[in-house]
Design a protein around this ligand. Structure first.
Ligand SMILES: Cc1cc2nc3c(=O)[nH]c(=O)nc-3n(C[C@H](O)[C@H](O)[C@H](O)COP(=O)(O)OP(=O)(O)OC[C@H]3O[C@@H](n4cnc5c(N)ncnc54)[C@H](O)[C@@H]3O)c2cc1C
Length: 480
């Protein structure tokens, strides 16, 4: 193993230009600074030495084979909307963008699947399915993320309550390995117990095991109608208490989200989007999809009755797409609103068992406030994935913010573990959560992660320093 990495030379730049096209290669200061970071610059800003936009798997393969031989790190970049500091060149080297590989192949109606290249945008994949009367239901908040990024981070999102995660819709994957070989993981089959399930290991691997160059996704028949309910409550804790009651009803909700009034006002104030419900210190938003009006009406009626019987101040029913749109527009703008309303943000993405959501929310608020931080728990409460957003006010110094967020995160992760939760529900580890991982999962698990990483990437050239960090063993020159 060769570690640390080669600093790239003019010869290396020329080689990548010859593999691709000089018009698709940028080096040094020519590289736009937006590629130094993802949506969380707090988790690291790192200039690549070379940025290249590839157009096919053969180019990816040739670049990887060269980088493997020369010991140059490579980071694959999708749309850069990640929230973990994942798509960044922590150790320099090559940033390889797959965004020009954005084909969506014709829908395979017999198999109810669609094959896509990694740079296709989520919103375009959803639209392509809808145009043929089908439905790709995975619905993370950021619709301009790439589908490859969604697969490699196992993106979750709002509709995970009913439909599941990206993982649940991936039939098969084609990927380029760190040494340049091209491999297929599974095929367009419904079942597969042929050996270890490597496809599922790659999904969620955050670009550390291979570069995804194509995938086939399962589609569903589209629901024919849907409705969104807004249940205002006196507090966020009451909203959290309502979640298990909605889940106990004999109708599976599509999404359950909660928002505090303060957060709604942040979006209204900064982004000029108005939320239709003015009552309550917090609201629970529940969505149902159905295949008939009768089924939808029964679900809506049962949920409204349950809400009013359990302390909701009202139950607002948005039965048309336009009315529902005003609710979801505010929910979808939370991150943007918080960015506009604070100097910096830190995010805790824990997931806890659904039965423990209320306990988590109460304790999380106390923890962050005890460290002097403004905190806004919000998000996917239907699946226990509570985004605990911490906002920095102008009065806090860099040092105060850093130590208060660090102390809060340590306690929040310990709380999640105590409640039977996990450190990250959907945004992943990347660079941003790396320092907290070992304490959470323990040394035996870290050893397993390292063995997996080395089995794919023996030279540690693919997205190094993300998810798992190796230390160099000074005596032997090998990473451990
Ligand atoms: C406003 C907003 C809302 C969001 N809401 C959600 C949400 O509800 N749920 C959720 O899960 N996430 C959410 N996200 C996070 C983000 O959109 C997802 O993580 C998304 O899947 C990242 O896709 P991307 O194309 O932007 O990937 P990037 O940010 O470019 O990359 C993410 C990681 O994947 C790797 N990668 C990307 N493409 C490939 C590839 N083809 N092969 C190998 N590795 C690759 C990168 O190296 C990096 O480690 C949100 C982000 C924003 C800004």
């Amino acid at each position: 193993m060769a570690y640390p990495y080669k600093k790239m030379t003019r010869e290396d730049f020329d080689k990548i230009r010859s593999i691709t096209d000089p018009g698709r290669v940028w080096v040094g200061d020519e590289i736009a600074t937006e590629y130094y970071r993802d949506e969380m610059p707090e988790y690291g800003v790192f200039p690549p030495e070379l940025y290249v936009e590839v157009i096919n798997k053969e180019e990816v393969s040739a670049i990887m084979a060269y980088a493997y031989k020369e010991n140059i790190p490579v980071v694959c970049r999708g749309a850069g909307t990640g929230l973990a500091g994942g798509a960044t060149c922590k150790y320099g080297g090559i940033m390889l963008s797959v965004m020009r590989m954005n084909r969506i192949f014709p829908i395979d109606h017999k198999n109810q699947t669609v094959t896509v290249q990694p740079g296709a945008l989520l919103l375009d994949v959803q639209a392509a399915a809808a145009a043929e009367g089908l439905f790709y239901p995975v619905d993370p908040g950021e619709k301009t993320a790439s589908i490859g990024g969604n697969i490699i981070t196992n993106a979750g999102g709002m509709k995970a309550v009913r439909y599941g995660l990206t993982r649940d819709f991936v039939r098969c994957i084609e990927a380029v390995m760190p040494d340049g070989s091209i491999m297929n993981f599974s095929s367009n089959v419904v079942k597969n117990t042929t050996g270890y399930d490597i496809k599922d290991l790659i999904i969620g691997s955050e670009g550390t095991l291979c570069i995804l160059t194509e995938a086939t996704l399962k589609l569903l028949p589209a629901p024919t109608c849907s409705a969104t309910l807004v249940m205002p409550f006196g507090s966020l804790e009451e909203c959290a208490d309502m979640v298990p009651k909605v889940l106990e009803l004999p109708f599976v909700p599509t999404a359950i989200e909660f928002l505090e009034r303060e957060l709604i006002e942040i979006v209204e104030r900064n982004l000029n989007k108005l939320f239709p419900v003015k009552q309550g210190e917090a609201v629970l938003i529940v969505m149902y999809d159905a295949s008939s009006k009768q089924e939808l009406d029964s679900a809506v009626e049962a949920a409204s009755e349950a809400a009013l019987a359990n302390g909701a101040l009202d139950c607002f029913i948005a039965a048309t797409p336009e009315r529902a749109g005003t609710v979801w527009a505010v929910r979808g703008a939370i991150l943007e609103g918080m960015k506009a309303d604070s100097v910096a943000q830190e995010e805790c993405d824990v997931v806890v068992p659904r039965a423990r959501i209320a306990e988590y929310v109460k304790a999380a608020k106390k923890i962050a406030l005890s460290h002097g931080i403004r905190v806004e728990p919000c998000g996917h409460c239907g699946d226990g994935n509570i985004h605990t957003e911490m906002l920095r006010g102008p009065e806090m110094s860099d040092e105060e913010w850093k130590s208060a967020t660090h102390a809060s995160l340590k306690e929040l992760y310990a709380l999640s573990k105590e409640l039977g939760g996990q450190l990250s529900g959907e945004h992943g580890i990347g660079n941003g959560r790396l320092e907290f991982l070992e304490e959470f999962v323990g040394p035996r698990m870290i050893a397993l992660y390292k063995a997996i990483k080395l089995a794919f990437d023996d030279k540690l050239i693919l997205n190094p320093g993300k998810v798992i960090e190796f230390q160099q063993n000074k005596q032997e020159g090998n990473p451990v």
